[in-house]
Design a protein around this ligand. Structure first.
Ligand code: HEC
Length: 149
């Protein structure tokens, strides 16, 4: 029995049993991408902008600090309209309830370029279990151009 099984396995791996299957090329590996088709390189830039500018308050896991800094996970600011999200970075935020909770720290306005904002917001919208479309440099630029403090 065992010998017979072994023979079949050997024949299979040698391509004797099904030459067609043996000749099939292995699937071509696509470059690392997430489902929404966002390049890994852009997410990597966003992650480093996050580490330098946001992590101390919103934490590495995006869950923030109770009563101080809100989570960036599955909330309407992060996943909803992009202009409002860009304005949080441009103008900062203070004294707003987020998902019915109060946070007593102050979110400072961020001194970042359009490209840095686009990258970090794209990252945040696709990290910590979030999944949403990317934010482009043009979208940030447009909001900045009409932004009133
Ligand atoms: C000094 C701490 C601090 C830093 C640094 C900071 N934030 Fe915040 N952030 C806050 C606080 C506090 C709030 C909530 C303010 C309120 O309740 O009115 C907030 C709110 C937000 C919100 C809207 C609410 C939510 O939970 O989604 C987003 C989005 C956000 N921050 C993203 C960022 C990003 C991205 C960075 C880095 C580029 C950053 N923050 C840096 C403290 C900070």
């Amino acid at each position: 029995m065992l010998v017979k099984k072994l023979l079949v396995v050997l024949a299979l791996s040698a391509g004797l049993v099904s030459p067609a299957a043996a000749q099939r090329k292995p699937p071509v590996k696509a470059p690392a991408k997430i489902a929404a088709g966002i390049p890994a390189a852009l997410l990597a830039v966003g992650k480093s902008v996050y580490a330098q500018n946001c992590l101390t308050c919103h934490q590495a896991d995006g869950l923030g600090v109770d009563g101080l800094n809100p989570p960036l996970v599955k909330n309407d600011y992060v996943l909803g309209g992009k202009p409002r999200l860009v304005k949080v970075l441009l103008n900062g935020l203070q004294g707003v309830d987020i998902n019915g909770e109060q946070y007593h720290n102050v979110m400072p306005a961020q001194e970042l370029t359009d490209a840095q904002m686009a990258a970090v917001l794209t990252y945040v919208r696709n990290a910590f279990g979030n999944k949403a479309s990317s934010v482009s440099v043009a979208e940030v630029k447009a909001v900045r151009a009409t932004n009133k403090k």
